[in-house]
Design a protein around this ligand. Sequence first.
Ligand code: ATP
Ligand code: MG
Length: 285
Amino acid sequence: QFHTIKYEDLKWDESLGQGSFTRIFKGEKTDYRDGEKHTTEVLLKELDPDHKNCWESFFEAASFMSQISHKHLLHVYGVSVHGDKNIMVQEFVKHGALDLYLKREKSLSVSWKLNVAKQLACVLNFLEEQSIIHGNICAKNLLLVREEDPSQGISPFIKLSDPGINVAMLGKDVIMHRIPWIAPESLAAPDNLTHECDKWSFGATVWEIFNNGNPPLQDNTKPHVFYENKQQLPPSQWTELADLIGQCMSYDLAFRPSCRSIIRQLNSLVTSGNNDDHTVFDERY
Ligand code: ATP
Ligand code: MG
């Protein structure tokens, strides 16, 4: 069902830290094609031994990621199992996670942000066409393959990473940390993910992109209270953008837009030629 990679063909380099249930390393994968040796730079995601009971869910993510292909979807080469080690072998992305990049590069232009939001909408649409629900869309799970270089006419380029372990397997405490990315209806029914859940997460991610990777909830906000009170994130001053995010993050699933509508709205944002700073007005920032 998915490609397995021999543990001996993997080389482990420096640690890149930890994910939710993973240890992350840079590495290399060796292939022998036509008697020739090829090496590829890879990212190795090893499932935390404390969560090894989640391996099926972890491999399920690896499986769907390796079976479909889209320019804005991260490539997964396969999995490797060695003793009690479960490893996902994926494409290494040079500029890393988008949330960190947004925080680092404070002065990204509105067109940069729109461009990236459109790329995410593009892969969201693709996944929906394939009847695949991602379940963990957030700026942290977007990886920056290419930086913008306006002097060369080069735009930024992102890819959506794997969702990791399914929310249905996660404890309440972990789920609380996923607010406001996780759809509110998933709190009560984490085993019933829908395309509408991904729409909500898309809205939260676009919010992050336009707010330079700042945490969406204020420090003193209790995540569950935020949802119980049906609160909304502070709206952008750019009315059309605020509208789109508001539709996606609607507590009523029926109000969340179709992918077609999302793409149409994003395209109309470009043509309006608005160049002001669209971060939300908030004394925190
Ligand atoms: P989750 O399932 O919650 O997304 P995870 O195991 O995917 O957890 P992340 O927190 O998403 O881990 O990623 C941790 C860090 O690893 C990121 O901040 C990023 O810097 C780096 N990283 C992840 N994937 C890649 C990749 N394919 N290429 C380069 N760096 C990556
Ligand atoms: Mg991730």
